[in-house]
Every structure is written in C-alpha cells, then in structure tokens.
Design a protein around this ligand. Structure first.
Ligand code: SAH
Length: 221
C-alpha cells in the first residue's frame, strides 16, 4: 500500500479506537491524546499488524501480551499523573504502556524480566524519540530501590498479593495501580498514600493480565 494511503488508514483506525475508548470511560484529554498519537502498530508483531488498532490485547514475543488499549487508557487515567511525576512501571513488555506514560510524566522507569522484550522496546523508544524513559532488565517485583521513592507506580502483570515491596518505594502521597489476584481474572486495585504511612485502597475493575513471575527469565524460557 502506498505510504499516504496507509497513513490515512491509520488515522481512521486510530480515530475509531479513540471513540471506543471515550465510550468506555477514558475521558482525560491528555490520556486520550497520548493514545491517539502513539503508533500502536509499531509495538505489535508483524503477524498481528492488521489487528494492531483493534481494542484488544495481542500476543507478543516470549509468550507475553501487549495490553488492550482500553485497559491502558483506564490504568493510565487511574494513576492521576502530573507533569512532574517520576513513574515506575513493572512489565515493559512491548513498551506500549511505557510510551503512553512518557508524555504525561517527567521520567518513566520501566523494568522487564525478558531481555529480548526489553531490547525490542528500547529500539522502539529510540526510533520514536522518547528521551525520558529509563529501562532495566530485572525482577520488577522488587521495584527499583536505587531510584525510589516514586510518585506513581504501575504494575502491568498480575501480582498474587498486596505489593508490599513496591508500596515501600512510593512517596507518602503517591499512587500505585496494580492487578491483584491468583486466577485468570484479577482485580485492578489503586493504593493512594495518606501521608501518614498508610494507604487508601480501592477496587477499580476486573482485568486479565499475565502473571508477574519471580526472578529474571533465562534464555527466553
Ligand atoms: N505493559 C505491557 C504489557 C506486557 S505483559 C505492554 O503494554 O506491552 C506483562 C509483562 O510483565 C511481560 O512482558 C512480562 O514478561 C513482564 N513481567 C512479568 N513478571 C515480571 C517481573 N517480575 N519483573 C519484570 N517484568 C515482569
């Protein structure tokens, strides 16, 4: 397809996706703008290109998934980012969620346990000109203590229990959003620091994430 026709198609697909997200509760203009401007097809493997602008999760390498745009929008909105926020993301995956956080934050720290996925995401960040994303190959369950505390923490893999290690790396009035649960369906939870060392906890919705696994992956097992 000629490049011009292709970009017209993309614009239409992206407009359609944004309409769907609006209808389903994404209403923060800055979040919608980030979703509209981020070329999701560049985060999706070749064999799924045709479906890259649909509102659905898709397979990526290493048996992982790129999240559904609606969930990315709702989770980003739930974080209540501020332009000065330093954000920690656990589970870089394709880098799509990271790319949405980037224009809405001061700095984004992202951790991934698959070297291959992290390498591919880093290439995308470079191609797309992101300059405020700092990546790490490691076990995100432990957070990133040398860079703590963070204003915001977003976990994009399911945690079995309350994320104590991550909450300990949150500022006193910070916000953490994470899927918590053991089964195929988890509860998206939000923790808001109460400035006294405690947290207000809220259940936001049901979600389906791949599990947060311990340690780093060896040889892309
Ligand atoms: N935010 C991603 C979603 C990726 S799926 C995107 O938009 O594409 C969840 C990711 O979390 C997977 O890539 C998985 O490898 C990663 N993950 C799971 N357990 C982890 C851990 N302990 N530390 C870091 N990353 C982890």
């Amino acid at each position: 397809m000629p490049a011009k026709a292709e970009s017209a198609d993309r614009a239409e697909e992206s407009a359609q996706l944004i309409a769907t997200l609006r209808e389903n509760g994404v209403n923060d203009p800055a979040v919608l703008n980030a979703l509209e401007k981020t070329p999701r097809h560049l985060f999706v493997p070749d064999q799924w290109q045709e479906r890259s602008w649909e509102d659905r999760a898709l397979p990526i390498a290493c048996g992982q998934t790129i999240s559904q745009p609606l969930i990315v929008g709702l989770m980003t909105q739930a974080l209540t980012l501020e332009p000065r926020s330093r954000v920690l993301e656990i589970g870089t995956g394709s880098g799509y969620q990271t790319a949405i956080l980037s224009p809405l934050s001061r700095l984004v720290y992202t951790v991934e346990r698959y070297r291959t996925l992290l390498g591919e995401a880093e290439k995308r960040f470079k191609t797309l000109g992101f300059t405020n994303i700092i990546t790490k190959f490691g076990d995100g369950g432990e957070g990133w203590s040398s860079q703590a505390p963070f204003d915001r923490v977003l976990v994009t893999a399911a945690m079995e229990n309350e994320p104590k290690a991550l909450l300990a790396q949150l500022k006193p009035n910070g916000v953490l959003v994470a899927p918590i649960g053991r089964g195929a369906v988890q509860t998206l939870k939000r923790y808001v620091g109460d400035n006294k060392g405690g947290f207000h906890r809220e259940d936001l919705m049901d979600v389906r994430f791949v599990p947060l696994l311990p340690g780093v992956a060896r040889n892309n097992e």
